[in-house]
Ligand binder design. Structure first.
Ligand code: ATP
Length: 232
């Protein structure tokens, strides 16, 4: 569902990603840990097609991202730290717009159901998004991923700045999506969440994926120790 083959990104004065090799199956949740500047966002931006690789290739659903920019946009949903929505439109209107762009036309009742399923309070659906909290905007992002029937979900530090309850609800939604077969690739600094929602966790250091483990094999303390050992 998601694959990197010798994926590499060289900036003029920085090798941001060194020959990444990785494969994700449907329903897998891969959490990528690493310090600031390790290359996590670079990896996500390569899968999004926002930047071009220097060598190697990124694939989504078997399609090479750099060669199929339009097709891959239909396969994937992207949730950055701050979900960008139209502030003067309501949650419902935003979702109608986002799913419409992906080619889906839903009735208002269906859009409401997607928002409720994502955990947005029903009264909020009619409110302008400018009144939403960060967690509520994330929920609209998740609702849009579900409404688009995204096969791959890319997330860049989605829980940073969320309170523990919102962060926990977010983890539940990721489990729901992965249960429906969506492959999830998430860059995060949150070791606890990575252990909780991830099926596998990877540790990136200076552009290199230095360790990959199934999360079932470690408890949160062991994962933290492993991470710290790699950062020494
Ligand atoms: N457009 C660019 N031009 C030059 N260097 C860049 C560019 N974008 C990123 N870099 C460099 O590439 C390296 C990897 O950056 P990246 O943003 O992928 O790290 P990150 O792991 O996402 O960090 P953070 O946790 O802070 O988001 C860093 O050294 C960064 O300065």
């Amino acid at each position: 569902m998601l694959e990197a083959k010798d994926l590499r990104k060289q900036y003029p004065d920085k090798l941001a990603l060194k020959n990444l090799n990785l494969q994700l199956s449907p329903g897998e949740v891969f959490c990528l840990l690493g310090q600031n500047g390790a290359g996590k966002s670079t990896t996500i931006n390569l899968f999004l097609g926002f930047i071009a690789p220097t060598a190697g290739a990124a694939y989504l659903g078997g399609l090479e991202v750099a060669r199929h920019p339009l097709e891959i946009k239909k396969l994937l949903a992207y949730i950055p730290e701050n979900v960008l929505l139209y502030p003067h439109l309501t949650g419902l209107e935003n979702l109608a717009l986002l799913s419409g762009l992906a080619g889906f036309k839903y009735r208002e009742s269906e859009l409401r159901d997607y928002l409720t399923q994502a955990g947005l309070p029903p009264e909020a659906a009619q409110r302008r998004v400018s009144t939403y909290s960060k967690g509520m905007r994330q929920k609209v992002g998740i609702a849009s991923a579900v409404a688009k029937r995204a096969q791959v979900l890319l997330l860049d530090e989605p829980t940073s700045g969320l309170d523990p309850k919102a962060s926990n609800e977010f983890s539940e939604l990721l489990r729901l999506l992965s249960g429906q077969g969506t492959a999830v690739f998430m860059a995060t600094h949150d070791i606890f969440r990575a252990k909780e929602v991830g099926t596998r966790v990877g540790i990136m250091r200076e552009g290199e994926l230095v360790d990959v483990r199934p999360t079932a094999a470690l408890n949160a303390n062991e994962l933290e120790q492993l991470y710290l050992t790699h950062m020494q």
